[in-house]
Design a binder for this molecule. Sequence first.
Ligand code: NAD
Ligand code: ZN
Length: 364
Amino acid sequence: RTIQVELGERSYPIFIGSGLLSQIGDRCVEAGFPVRSPLLVVTDSEVAPRYLPALEENLRSKGYTVASHVIPAGEASKSLQVYEEVMTTAISAGLDRSSAVLAMGGGVVGDLAGFVAATYMRGIGFLQLPTTILAHDSSVGGKVAVNHPLAKNMIGAFYQPSLVLYDLDTLATLPARQISSGLAEVVKHGLILDKEFACWCREHAGELLALDAEALGYALERGCAIKADVVGNDEREQGQRAILNLGHTIGHAIEAVGGYGVFLHGEAIAIGMAGSALLAAKLGRDTAIYEDTVSMLSALGLPTRLPAEYGEDELIEAMMHDKKFKEGKMTFIVPDAIGAVSIVGNVEESLVREVIAQLKKEGS
Ligand code: NAD
Ligand code: ZN
């Protein structure tokens, strides 16, 4: 399966399928990276022992010089400190303007390595090799970043990869919680633009959670295609791309207040999507949207309720640091129905507080 992200001269393909990592060397040659320029593979401590040796060997068999940098697994590695360490490896390995950074891992590796690629010598080649379900989202669209202690993804760039090579075989080793977390972004793509797909995810939740190859291949292709379409129409988030942030205003606040990693990213945005549906009801939309949203998320093993210890003041405070908060007014992505959303500005803080309070009571 191949999907094309249409961005003029920055267009690129997403290859999705089984056994694709064994084609990486050929893909680098095809993409025009010269063998005389070193490549840098960035990956993490969970992915490296499983998939790094074969990847390095494949690249070397095509004549490339390969350096690798293994970061500790987890969100804490999306930091300026780790960024600097990867830069040190890149400089020491002698990467030049024709070199490329290969990000093999989940969204943490992709976001961090992408920011390295975007800024090393003002930008060198970049390839995304996602190994989590969540990374079907993060590897497409060109948003790369590291976190600041005060705010997530605050230091970053728009930097598109030359290609995305998504080898579904790597997903077999994902822990169950990571599978559900990734499926949150998959169903999000349905919730914003494709009701049929969102309902399909609920119906096939069992197969998706069991990593059934057929179901998963379809879901990831559809998720990537929806994302590619939105990004193709609004690369730098001047307008419509913001709909991809459904559930993220509340979700990011949950991650910031709870501490990164307490709730996984997909879990936090699942609670956020339930919150957006509650907000929708407060703004006059059908309350059935909330029931449906919760049933879809629950089917995929995701939380929809906020633990009582999350303080409203702290969450609101965290939202104010969020990039989606402008001039004292909160902007939310609000569902109009399953498969359709609006960008609603000027949301009153009191309504958001009501939603947070309700999230602690409602749901599973
Ligand atoms: P992650 O990269 O931390 O991966 C999750 C965990 O799974 C890690 O412990 C990792 O080591 C492990 N892992 C990865 N692949 C594995 C495999 N094949 N087998 C076994 N274990 C494996 O997190 P994630 O959920 O992939 O991504 C979350 C990050 O993505 C967040 O930082 C989020 O902000 C970012 N994100 C970015 C975008 C974007 O557009 N750039 C979009 C969504 C999310
Ligand atoms: Zn996300």
